[in-house]
Ligand binder design. Sequence first.
Ligand code: ZN
Length: 203
Amino acid sequence: MKDYHTHHPSPNGGYICAVTRADWERIATAEGMIPCFGIHPWHAHEADPAELAFELDDWLTRHPQAGVGETGLDASPRHAATLETQRLLLQIHLGAAFRHERIVQLHGVQAWSEILKILRERHRCGTLPRVLLHAWNGSHEMAREFLQLGAFFSVGLRELSHPKAAERYARIPEGRLFPETDDQPAHWARTVALLGLLRGGLA
Ligand SMILES: [Zn+2]
């Protein structure tokens, strides 16, 4: 089992996601990891959209195994001021991932319903790439909507320890829900165990 979302190399392998543009060189060469190139919504204000579009295209061409991200929308009070830029950057990431047939690592805070709308629109136009919703904490009803769009989910110890974890995650089909540490390697064993329990609990 690999780590589906982290920002540092993991002994289990998995997806290593960029946060800023400065991370790309470092993650591109991380051993045993699948690099994902992008700019995190928390750093939207530092990005030049045109440059990002150009560079993503170039880096994805040169790294045929790489994914895209971390991108997404964060509408929490701390980041709401940059939402317009976040939306533009998200579309750039989704477009590049679609053209290069890569998976996109998505971050959503107080924004899953808007992300759903954006993905649905791309689905309607036939330009939706594969997406992974990281630290997924939405309802099962909303998960079903994303599942219809082919989405994958990853969850860490924080999500799995939530009182609503069983209700949220137990009915997500096998092969669509994966563990992540999001840079908390000490959480790995417990995350994998809890995910297994969630499955076992269904029997
Ligand atoms: Zn992250």
